[in-house]
Ligand binder design. Structure first.
Ligand code: S3P
Length: 195
C-alpha cells in the first residue's frame, strides 16, 4: 500500500519523469515530489553508476560520451520496471530521437525549464559536469537551445528560473490533480472530490 504524505497529492499512483538541462534542480524537485506523492525516487544517472560501479565523470573520461549515451539507452529499456516512481533523468537523456515519446508512454513528463543564465549560474556553482568541461558559455547556451526541442515535448513545463523547489513541486501536484480530474470526468467516473 502506497502511503501518501501530502493532503494535496493526487489519488492514483503515477509515474512522473523529470527532464531538463543541467542545473534545473531535477534531483531536488524529484526527491521532494516523490515524498509528497509517497512514491519511490530514482535517477537515471544513479542507475548508470550503480551498474558500472564508477562515477559519471569517470565514464566520460575513460569510455567517452558515446559509451555513456549507450548506457542511457539501456537504462531507458529498464525504466518500464519503474512504474509508480518519480524519475529524474540526466540532462541529455531525453534528447535522442524517440526517447521523449517513450518517456511519455511511461507517465507524466515534466520539463523543469529555466532561462539559460539561471541554469549556467547554478551549474557553475556546483561544477563536476563533464558536458560543460571544455565548453564555453556560448557553446553551453547553444546546446541548451538544441535540447529545448526535446524538452518542450513534455506534458508540462515549469519555469524554475525564479521558483524554489517547493513551489515547483506544488505546481506539478496541481497539474497531476487537474489531469486526474479530467481523466475521471472523461471516463464518467462520478465527481469524487480530489484532496
Ligand atoms: C548530462 C547531464 C548530467 C549527466 C551527464 C550528462 C548532459 O546529468 O547525465 O553528465 O548531457 O546534460 P544532470 O542533468 O543531472 O547534471
Amino acid at each position: 500500500m502506497i502511503q501518501r504524505m501530502g493532503s494535496d497529492a493526487p489519488e492514483a499512483p503515477c509515474t512522473v519523469v523529470l527532464v531538463g538541462f543541467m542545473g534545473a534542480g531535477k534531483s531536488t524537485v524529484g526527491r521532494l515530489l516523490a515524498r509528497r506523492l509517497g512514491l519511490c525516487f530514482v535517477e537515471t544517472d544513479d542507475m548508470i553508476t550503480a551498474r558500472e560501479g564508477t562515477s559519471i565523470p569517470e565514464i566520460f573520461t575513460e569510455r567517452g560520451e558515446a559509451h555513456f549515451r549507450a548506457l542511457e539507452a539501456s537504462v531507458l529499456d529498464a525504466l518500464g520496471d519503474k512504474h509508480g516512481h518519480v524519475i529524474a533523468t540526466g540532462g541529455g537523456f531525453p534528447c535522442r530521437p524517440g526517447v521523449m515519446e517513450r518517456l511519455k508512454a511511461l507517465g507524466t513528463v515534466v520539463w523543469l525549464a529555466a532561462e539559460f543564465d539561471a541554469l549556467y549560474e547554478r551549474e557553475s556553482r556546483v561544477g563536476g559536469r563533464p558536458m560543460l568541461a571544455g565548453r564555453s558559455r556560448e557553446e553551453a547556451a547553444a546546446l541548451y537551445e538544441v535540447r529545448k526541442a526535446s524538452y518542450s515535448q513534455a506534458h508540462l513545463a515549469v519555469d524554475v528560473s525564479r521558483l524554489g523547489a517547493d513551489a515547483a513541486v506544488s505546481r506539478i501536484l496541481r497539474y497531476l490533480r487537474e489531469r486526474e480530474r479530467a481523466k475521471r470526468q472523461a471516463a464518467g467516473v462520478g465527481s469524487r472530490p480530489i484532496p
